[in-house]
Structure formats: C-alpha cells, structure tokens
Design a protein around this ligand. Sequence first.
Ligand SMILES: *Cc1c(COP(=O)(O)O)cnc(C)c1O
Length: 357
Amino acid sequence: MSRYWSDLVSDLSPYVAGEQPKIADLLKLNTNENPYGPSPKAIEAIRAAAGDRLKLYPDNESIALRDAIARLYGLDRNQVFVGNGSDEVLAHVFNGLFRHEGRSLWLPDITYSFYRSFCALFRIPVQLVPLADDYALNPADYTGPHAKPPAGIIFSNPNAPTGIAISLSDVESIARANPDTPVVVDEAYVDFGCESSVSLLKTCPNLVVVHTLSKSRSLAGLRVGYAMASPEIVEGLVRVKDSFNSYPLDTLAQAGAIAAIEDTDYFNQTCQAVVATRETLTHNLTALGFEVLPSKTNFVFARHPRHDAADLSRALRDQRILVRHFRQPRIDQFLRITVGTPDDCARLCKVLSGIVK
Ligand SMILES: *Cc1c(COP(=O)(O)O)cnc(C)c1O
C-alpha cells in the first residue's frame, strides 16, 4: 500500500504467470509454450527486419500483418485487430466492449484467470457461471432469458485450464441468444484440434474471436495476438488502442508474425506433432492411474485419485520438472501439464511413475 497509488491499485488482483526460473536441465511444462520453436522463416524475417529501418516508427496500423491474417481466414482487413500478445488484445476488449453501467460480464467459474484480473482493473462486475461436474461448459447456461442482457460473455474454447472444447454450433447458439451482447471466444489453443468460430462471423455480428501466436506458432516471446470481429467492433477496439498505445507491435514483431502465419507447412507439422504427443501422454498418464480430461489443447489437465496435486507438483519440481498447479476450489487436485516433445513426455512419465508407484 502506498498513499501515492490510485484508489484502484489496492483493489487489483493481478494475474500470476507460471514461473520462468533459470535452472539447468529444467523441463518446463508449466506455461504451455510450444517445444518446437518458431518457424525458421519467422526468425529469418526478424533478422532481415533488424536494420536501419528500426529508426522509424513501425506501421501503427500493422497493415501487412492484418492482411496476412485476413487472407488466412478469408476476412477483410477491417475485421482484424492486432495487439501486443492476446492478453493486450483482451485488455482492449474488456475496456472497450464490456463496460456497461449496471450490467455484468458472464464467464465460467473455471477459465483463464486473467479475465478476473481485467474485471478488477476495469471495474467490471462479474457473473460466474459454474462449469458442469465433468468440467464441460453447458451452452444452455448462457442462452436462457436474462433479466438484463450481460455486459459481455467470455470463455476460452477450448477452455483453459480444462482443455475441453465445445462445438461450433454451441458457440453459435450462445452468440445468437445474446444479440445485444459482445460474445468473445478466446481461441488461444484452437489450432490443436478444434475448428475456429471465425466462420460464424458472417452470421454473428456480436462475436469476437481472439487468437495468439504464443502457442500454436511458438512465438510467446514475440508478443503477437489478434481479434477477428465485425468492422464495427474492430473500429471500437482501434479507438481504445489509439487512446493507449499507437504502436503496440514493433517492426520486428510484425515481420516475424507475417512470416510465421505464412509458413503453413511448418505450422501444420508442428501442430500435428503436438497433438500426436498429447494422445500418447494421455494414454501413459491414464496407465499411471491419472484421470485425464479430454484435451483439445497443447496441455492436459489430470488428477490422481490417491496423490495430492500440490504434493505431486512439489515432487516433480524436486526432480526439475515444472507443471502448473492452481490453488483454486474445484480444480486444486489437478495438474496442468504442457505437452512437450515425445522425449519430454517420456521423462515426465518416468519420474511420475517413480512417484505414484
Ligand atoms: C496463453 C493464453 C493467452 C495469452 O496469450 P498471449 O498472446 O501470450 O498474451 C490468452 N488466453 C489464453 C486462454 C491463454 O492460454
């Protein structure tokens, strides 16, 4: 506490990121980074852009990058909004779309915890909608008649940290049942086995689909994310962005992101490798007695009937393997484990089998 802080600051509940310790031979399976690294073409493009041109400000509209994203999904440039990581895109979404006097934002009780941090920052009232007992999101919980329309609806699909996805038709039913409400689908993990809701933009003008290059494109360090929505919604986000930071994406990030998005072969190969390893990992964890939720992401969410999750997490750390454990009601017996390379997962399962035997 400090008397120099704004009133707001003491009420914040900042997001806690997974740790990034510098320990030799550490196996990091705690922040859902992609083990295969970025496309070599992205690295090449960043190198090529690292020159005298850096004396100039970057393109504040990120035209070439937005065009590359628009081409990928068959959209117009004015339906694409880019930002410094999808966390920043989400911040502008919360600030620009969810602040409606006297109305609450609806979100699952178990989802990406940053949403609650943004609600505190932007003073948005929250209406938590519990997931079902099996941790599935029930669309009917969002489609009933509301006394007041929600200020917004947001969820990740596939959800984090459960890994469970809902279908396109379920997303559509939520968007259509709430025509006066922005419905935001955070598709951070969609490339690992799900279909994007982006095709619904044609019929759902209230839908916002958010993507990141941090996971499936393996560029967490470059900080690039984007939202796809109607031109009207994108214009609103641009107004917020240009009242905050006109240049969220530097020249290197724009160059690297374009090359990564255009390297379809590398993208397909690495995503398929992650999905194949996820299936093997799920099988091997199940054989060790874990219950593993059905994942469509690059992580699995698993619990063991006879071993406390906090103990397991500590025991793994003692053997230089990091996984994520959330001290949160309903999920405090689960571990969230990022899908690494086949070798990473073999090392994890070997150590785990020693612990749970
Ligand atoms: C990783 C993640 C993000 C953040 O992505 P960045 O682009 O790295 O900011 C957003 N939403 C979910 C659900 C995530 O898991």
